[in-house]
Ligand binder design. Structure first.
Ligand code: NAD
Length: 479
């Protein structure tokens, strides 16, 4: 049994209350680790350590900080097998996915922001004959970073890396459901000899450790990725204290398929955008709209391909592993039942999958395709966050855009067409922070990332993240 510890002031320490939470391997249903159920005292201690470390960390050169980030990236790459196994065991995702996507991306996050901070610059505004202004961008102080369970190390490092690069000290709280790789990252930071207190990682529940971090008066900014309801709570707590917030929240993303698309590529990618990571990616395209003239063919081919996807032991060559918890499995299955009551017909899937052998007690759900569900029904409007998609036909471009935009969310959208004018026209009209044309999850870390409407506030990625983790100060000099 792995006993996870907090990382405070450079040390691995037990929670002060002595309490631990069980952490399950979703593929086997067995407890495989225990993580601190930290309380306010642990958070206080971590914030104090971060505050103490701030003067030195913020004043050392960007190059020095970048050097530490690159060292951490090197160590993540060196420990790729262990980290991938831990991520797969903690989350239920196929080992291959962790090895090819999650862990390499965690290293890339550190490496990217190491370079970005060396390239970061600020503006100057010249006032003819009078003087000059320049903008200083200084770190905020202590940054709170809170991350979810679906891409545990990938999303945790996506926040930590820019916060540290910009000169902040960090108190991070990973999801209590998937704490393992954050613990391994703490060990890596010790190996990299990251200065004590620059990064602190507190494990625990949202309503205790998370709340304490959000409410802590010395935490100047909060970067959060998770559910929309949690984001609203955090925004409510942060506003009266005037904390800067960045919120990356839920999605219910449309996938618009036109008859003139590159069919083979579309079909292949749509399988991924629907079911990668068991559909537990905020960017998955769960509402699929297909031009009427293509609909019958798509329905036939897509359902046949979905039926051939392998669900099973994440350590084997499977397309889908386990969903993250029993509670989450129940939530997904309840939404499938709701979709049926709301008029949807199940074309394939629609149930839990029993996997023989070591995974007999694991939590698996068959990839599910639903047809005939009206757009405004709950199962087409609320985030299911599982391997469930709905398909429906559309007649015209404007109908497609209306259906896509008929949502409280606005994170990502996917568009398939070979018509260049249409691609530009629709990309502009879609209410989303990210539009992928003829692709999905093609990511350039320099680009702004985030959502509109209930999908969030603010942007991560590239210089946007460095701007978030700094305060701008104008210096005005008269000639
Ligand atoms: P969640 O909101 O339940 O939890 C996210 C994190 O917040 C966890 O670390 C949790 O402990 C913490 N937390 C919970 N309540 C808190 C509180 N009151 N105060 C402070 N912290 C609190 O979300 P989840 O179930 O872990 O993740 C799934 C959600 O995340 C989905 O809605 C998904 O769409 C979203 N998500 C969004 C993005 C994006 O980039 N927009 C990326 C991945 C996941």
């Amino acid at each position: 049994m792995i006993k996870i510890q907090n990382y405070i002031n450079g040390e691995l320490v037990a929670p002060q209350n002595g309490l631990y939470l069980d952490s399950f391997n979703p593929a086997t249903g067995q407890v495989h680790a225990q993580a601190p159920d930290s309380g306010r005292q642990d958070v206080d201690e971590a914030v104090q350590a971060a505050q103490n470390a701030f003067p030195d960390w913020s004043r050392c050169s960007a190059r020095t900080r970048a050097g530490y980030l690159r060292k951490i990236a090197d160590l993540i790459e060196r420990q790729l097998p262990q980290l991938s196994e831990a991520e797969s065991a903690d989350n239920g995702k196929p080992l291959q996915l962790a090895r090819e996507v999650d862990i390499p991306r965690a290293a890339a996050n550190f490496r990217y922001f190491a370079s970005a901070i060396e390239q970061f610059s600020s503006e100057s505004h010249f006032m003819e004959g009078q003087g000059i202004n320049y903008t200083l961008r200084r770190p905020i102080g202590v940054a709170g970073c809170i991350s979810p369970w679906n891409l545990p190390l990938y999303l945790l490092t996506w926040k930590i890396a820019p916060a540290l690069a910009a000169g902040n000290c960090v108190v991070a709280k990973p999801s209590e459901i998937t704490p393992l790789t954050a613990f391994l990252l703490a060990q890596i930071c010790r190996e990299a000899e990251l200065p004590a207190g620059a990064l602190n990682i507190i494990h625990g529940r949202g309503e205790t450790a998370g709340e304490a971090l959000v409410r802590h008066p010395q935490v100047g900014c909060l970067s959060f990725t998770g559910g929309t309801q949690t984001g609203a709570q955090i925004a409510g707590r942060a506003a009266p204290a005037f904390k800067k917030i960045s919120l990356e929240l839920g999605g219910k993303n449309p996938n618009l398929i036109f008859a003139d698309c590159n069919y083979r590529q579309m079909l292949e990618t749509t399988l991924h955008s629907s079911f990668a990571n068991q559909g537990q990616i905020c960017l998955c395209g769960s509402r699929i709209y297909v031009e009427e003239t293509l609909y019958k063919k798509f329905r036939h081919d897509f359902v046949a391909r979905v039926k051939s996807l392998k669900v099973g032991d994440p350590l084997r060559a499977v397309h889908l592993g386990a969903v993250v918890s029993k509670a989450h499995q129940e939530k997904i299955l309840a939404y499938i039942e709701l979709a049926k009551q709301e008029g949807g017909a199940i074309l394939t899937g629609g149930k839990a999958v029993r996997v023989e052998g070591r995974c007999a007690d694991g939590w698996f759900v068959a990839p599910t395709v639903i047809e005939g569900l009206p757009n405004r029904r709950r199962a087409n409007q609320e985030e299911i966050f599982g391997p469930v998609v709905t398909i429906q036909p559309f007649k015209s471009e404007s109908e497609a855009v209306n259906l896509a935009n008929q949502s409280q969310y606005g994170l990502a959208a996917i568009l398939w067409t070979e018509n260049l004018s249409r691609a530009h026209r629709i990309a502009e009209r879609l209410q989303a922070g990210i539009v992928w044309v003829n692709c999905w999850m093609l990511r350039d870390l320099r680009t702004p990332f985030g959502g509109v409407k209930n999908s969030g506030v603010g942007r991560e990625g590239g210089f946007e993240a460095l701007r978030f983790f700094t305060e701008a100060k104008n210096v005005c000099i008269r000639y």
